[in-house]
Design a protein around this ligand. Structure first.
Ligand code: ATP
Length: 295
């Protein structure tokens, strides 16, 4: 669906994006993360065909976006980071206006707008968009990006400035769109959101790709996994073994080695100690991100 090959964007002598390679397959959700100014929006704009790379190639659905973006744009829905609306229109009027620009017939537009207003839970339709809350405005902007039923959605910080409930709603909505077969590439600062919905995560630092993989692979190569075995024993084990930490009347054994964890489980069973809990603590994307950015 998307192919970036050694894509560079320079402003004067400054590299906004530097020799970026990225492939995104049909139906994937890929999240791009990085600090302010890392090059996320620039990358998304180049994929959307709104910016031309200084060098390198961007292909979307087989089209070279520097030469042939018009055909690809029919299939692209783009949500910019800032998306001001026409504030003296209702959501329906605003969407109808854009549906006409997209060339939808009036009847098709009405059906599509009803569908989008319902699925995005956009009530208070008689209100002018200027009177909408930030969350409702963002939903209208998302509806606008979806009007022409694009196959590829490019979303620049879709959850920026939204409260947790609205964010949760949008995340679930994106999962539904993925279920419908859409390909989604988004940028975000909330790493928990990225981790919760993306198939793969691309981390960009100063215009360069540091890593792009699924969370499992990122955790395996850059993160930490620790098993916590919690058990109770009749007698005190404080003297016997320093490997156990006391916690709320129980003992906790921590290890990142599967063999040591299995041996501990066998020991609990042999000694007829009481098993309380076994859990796996894995590094969150946030931890890995901080580690990568500060190294
Ligand atoms: P943020 O998280 O703050 O939105 P970002 O990762 O999206 O940041 P970009 O907006 O892609 O970052 O910007 C990347 C770099 O390119 C920044 O240093 C920015 O100042 C620079 N840049 C972006 N657009 C222009 C422009 N039109 N002219 C000059 N420099 C620009």
């Amino acid at each position: 669906m998307i192919e970036l090959n050694q894509v560079t964007k320079k402003y004067g002598a400054q590299f906004a994006v530097n020799a970026l390679d990225l492939q995104i397959g049909d139906g994937e959700i890929v999240g791009i993360i990085g600090h302010n100014g890392a090059g996320k929006s620039t990358t998304l704009k180049m994929i959307a065909g709104l910016l031309t790379p200084t060098s390198g190639m961007v292909r979307v659905m087989g089209y070279d976006m520097s030469k042939d973006s018009t055909a690809a744009k029919r299939w692209i829905g783009y949500l910019p980071e800032e998306s001001p609306l026409y504030e003296n229109m209702t959501a329906r009027e605003y969407l109808l206006f854009f549906a006409e620009l997209y060339g939808l017939t009036k009847m098709h537009a009405r059906v599509r707008i009803d569908e989008l207003l319902n699925s995005l839970n956009l009530r208070e339709q008689e209100k002018l968009t200027g009177e909408f809350s930030k969350g409702m405005k963002r939903k209208v902007a998302i509806a606008r990006a979806l009007l022409h039923d694009p196959r590829l959605l490019i979303l620049d910080e879709p959850n920026s400035g939204l409260d947790p409930l609205t964010s949760f709603f949008i995340l679930n909505y994106l999962k539904t769109l993925k279920g419908e077969g859409k390909t989604i590439v988004l940028s975000a600062h909330n790493l928990f959101h990225v981790e919760s919905i993306c198939d793969r995560v691309a981390i960009i630092k100063s215009g360069r790709m540091i890593v792009c993989d699924n969370m499992e692979a990122i955790r395996a190569s850059l993160g930490n996994r620790e098993f916590h075995v919690v058990f109770r024993a009749e007698a005190s084990l404080d003297q016997e073994c320093r490997d156990y930490e006391r916690k709320d009347g129980s003992y906790v054994f921590r290890t990142n080695d599967v063999g040591a964890m299995s041996a501990m489980l066998a020991k609990i069973s042999e000694n007829k100690w009481t098993m309380v809990d076994l859990s796996v603590q894995e590094s969150a994307l946030e931890e890995i991100y901080v580690k990568l950015m500060t190294n």
